[in-house]
Write a protein that binds this ligand. Structure first.
Ligand code: SF4
Length: 491
């Protein structure tokens, strides 16, 4: 591993090894965290706390292998319980749920990233947060399971074989630039120059891949971005879609070259994307590339009409959410467009199959996501005035919708992100500290609506606080327009 050092949020320099040592190591065997009552596993006596040593004679490396083995008709489990070795034979139908939730997604250690991107948000985290948040992963399995983006710099022939054999599709790949020199410079990794060959190999084997370009002004915008579009058309036309997103800058950024976009730079990105959408559509029959909603806000341009998002293939990555939210809020669609991932979903997700994008078969309901509100009993009256909490980038999206319903008892409350500072105005990065400070200045007795995207599945904000730490009672709602509209309806 390289001995590159980074400037940390407290001004110290730390080596890459030190940073990753601070991140958590993963358990090497899955541990049963819950057993569904009446399930095949419960019938034979599997208990929460059991450590799975083998399933069907094999040591599972991750939840993917676990799920495949658990789906078989008859399942043999070797478990360790308090130092005792036990064996269970479970008879069930193929595909019938085993009834066991296990403790993590990857059992043989997450493959960590050995890039050193100057724009990496993990380097811009303040110290003292949950250790899991400092984990820099570059693991194709987390790409499949959670939609994390991988640079493929640590991808191997064996990985390719497994992806193809097990059809781990779709995957999510960080492109950033197709020019090998620019890409390796951005990743600060020589292998970044060549690792897109794996993207070619994945596409050759019909693995669906969604791409991402994080744009850093002065680095890969302008002509470099246009060249990257041409490179995608030339070398990777089978990509499903490509998200163009701005870099995130927190107040802990220690890299002088990394900065916000100016309005003109954001406008230039929007223009390049629009121009290339036309080229892709004319040559490939699909628009392929989409700019993040943040770009239209930064560029002070209207969001593209909904039909230009082609079904919102990258909704989970912040592409087109303003338009879907609007359609949902205005009742023009019966269902929410898709599951939204909170920031760092991969490190905080519970052992619930619905949390795994790649294994998911249905949309989790609100009760799966956060039940922390269930213990709140002193709720304000349903008819009380309503404050909708949202990030500073969410406010300009929601405010016009609220204005349109002409309700003087409903207001939008933008939560300024002072915890991270910088340009971190997205709702998913709201912290308990900031929400708390904002609510403290608001009157008591009002209803306060909090979108679930800023909470982990355990009901924690990124800074570890829970809604129980807030100075006002809040109602957690799903982060979509249908949920907001329902919450605003009279009792
Ligand atoms: S590849 Fe991702 S995790 Fe790794 S340094 Fe770059 S931004 Fe950070």
């Amino acid at each position: 591993m390289s001995d590159t050092t980074r400037v940390l949020s407290d001004g110290r320099r730390a080596s890459e090894q030190e940073i990753q040592r601070a991140a958590p190591s993963r358990s090497l065997a899955p541990v049963v965290v819950s057993v569904t009552a009446g399930s095949p596993a419960a019938e034979v006596g599997v208990l929460a706390g059991d450590e799975i040593v083998r399933i069907n004679g094999e040591v599972p490396r991750d939840i993917i292998e676990w799920q495949m083995a658990a789906d078989e008709a008859d399942v043999e489990l070797d478990v360790s319980r308090g130092g005792l070795d036990l064996a269970f034979s479970v008879e069930k139908r193929a595909g019938e749920p085993l009834g066991v939730d296990v403790s993590s997604a990857v059992f043989d250690r997450v493959r960590t990233c050995d890039n050193h991107c100057e724009f990496c948000f993990i380097y811009q985290l303040p110290k003292g947060m949950r250790r899991s948040l400092y984990l820099k992963d570059d693991d194709y399995r987390l790409s499949f399971l959670y939609g994390n983006f991988t640079t493929l710099t640590r991808f191997t022939e064996a990985d390719l074989e497994r992806v193809i054999t097990e059809r781990l599709s779709p995957l999510h790949v960080s492109i950033h630039a197709t020019d090998p020199d620019v890409r390796s410079q951005m990743l600060k990794n020589q292998r970044g120059a060549m690792s897109l060959r794996w993207l070619r190999a994945l596409l050759d084997h019909d693995i669906a891949v969604r791409g991402q370009i994080v744009v850093c002004p002065g680095v890969n915008d302008g002509t470099v971005l246009a060249d990257t579009m041409a490179g995608i058309l030339d070398r990777f036309p089978e990509l499903d879609s490509v998200a163009v997103v701005p870099l995130g800058i927190s107040k802990f950024n220690g890299e002088a070259a990394m900065r916000f976009h100016t309005t003109e730079e954001a406008q230039a990105v929007v223009d390049i994307v629009a121009d290339w959408q036309d080229v892709f559509e004319a040559t490939l029959g699909k628009r392929m590339v989409y700019a993040a909603d943040e770009y239209y806000l930064m560029a002070q341009r209207p969001f593209p009409p909904a039909e230009r998002y082609d079904g919102f293939p990258m909704h989970e990555d912040g592409i087109g959410m303003a338009r879907t939210f609007e359609a949902e809020f205005q009742g023009r669609t019966a269902d929410a467009t898709g599951v939204r991932r909170g920031f760092f979903a991969a490190v905080d997700a519970p052992p619930n199959p619905a949390a795994y994008t790649g294994l998911r078969t249905s949309t989790p309901c609100a009760s799966d996501v956060a039940d922390a509100s269930a213990s709140i009993s002193l709720r304000p009256r349903r008819t009380a005035p309503i404050g909708i909490l949202t990030g500073e980038l969410g406010a300009p999206v929601i405010s016009p919708l609220v204005d349109s319903i002409d309700r003087d008892d409903v207001r939008v409350i933008a939560v300024r992100n002072e915890f991270f500072g910088g340009n971190t105005g997205v709702t998913g990065l709201m912290t308990g500290e900031d929400v708390s400070r904002t609510l403290a200045a608001q009157p008591e007795g009002h209803r306060y609506l909090l979108p679930d995207v800023c909470l982990s599945d355990e009901g924690r904000f990124l800074d570890g606080l829970t809604i129980g730490d807030l100075p006002r009672v809040v109602e957690i709602i799903e982060t979509d327009g249908i949920a907001l509209r329902a919450a605003l309806e009279p009792a």
